[in-house]
Design a protein around this ligand. Structure first.
Ligand SMILES: *[C@@H]1O[C@H](CO)[C@@H](O)[C@H](O)[C@H]1NC(C)=O
Length: 233
């Protein structure tokens, strides 16, 4: 009994200490083709025809960086591999996409840049991220939103379609951010092709509950007056 109590107090303190510094998380999902064509030097090994996870990122409401932990836990792939269901799902929903960043190098990168700043164990960081992505139905999102790959949409129409699909899954409306980037492979100087790149959803500082994204995302904004597509893989 005493032990359980000590464990609970320890857990609560540790959990609080780790989450106090974080206001919310971005759960960012990416359209693989938009990532793959955005840099001349990257070479993608596979280009899935569905959104995949980019990461779960620690954020402050005022945009300040979250302070790094005193000791960063090094990435340990055993933590995901010892959960075969999680490992299998991560391979499908969180692939590394490029030759230089195969799955485990990508997961290590996300852990080093983001997970290590949180109070999550490595297993729970990856599991929580995958669980939230599954809550949204990420693999079938495009299909359920009725979005046609390659078709041009205003960001407002694209977002409404995604919001309707996600709203059905979660049972309530959810505000999110859409980001755009440039296709540098097929763009020419005369014609730069902008495209929809990522969707950022927000969760509270436990990573367990979705919340409406409030702070403005200033990175790679899309132009409200233009239309964009998800490029064909
Ligand atoms: C987001 O905001 C809308 C409109 O104010 C509200 O109806 C909805 O419940 C909010 N969603 C969440 C997840 O809090």
């Amino acid at each position: 009994m005493k032990l359980v109590f000590a464990w609970l107090v320890g857990f609560a303190l540790c959990f609080q200490a780790g989450t106090l510094a974080i206001d919310f998380y971005y759960l960012t999902i990416q359209w693989p083709k938009s990532f793959c064509n955005s840099k001349a030097h990257i070479s993608c090994t596979s280009v899935p025809n569905h959104f995949t996870i980019h990461g779960l990122w620690q954020e402050m409401n005022n945009g300040a960086p979250v302070p790094p932990p005193p000791v960063k836990q090094p990435f340990d792939n055993v933590q995901v591999k010892s959960d075969p269901a999680l490992y299998q799902t991560m391979q499908q929903i969180w692939p590394g996409l490029t030759i230089t960043m195969p799955n485990e190098i990508f997961w290590k990168h996300e852990w080093d840049q983001h997970g290590a700043f949180t109070s999550f164990t490595q297993h729970d960081y990856f599991k929580t991220t995958v669980d939230r992505a599954n809550d949204l139905g990420v693999l079938k999102l495009i299909h359920q939103a009725g979005i046609n790959i390659g078709q041009q949409y205003t960001v407002k129409d694209f977002k409404s379609a995604i919001q309707a699909a996600v709203g059905l899954k979660l049972g309530r409306p959810l505000e999110m951010h859409i980001t755009c980037n440039l296709d540098l492979i097929s763009s020419t100087r005369q014609k730069m092709v902008a495209q929809i790149h990522e969707i950022r959803f927000c969760t509270d500082n436990t990573g367990l509950q979705f919340i409406n994204c409030t702070s403005k995302s200033s990175i790679w904004p899309c132009d409200k007056t233009k239309t964009y597509a998800l490029p064909l893989p």
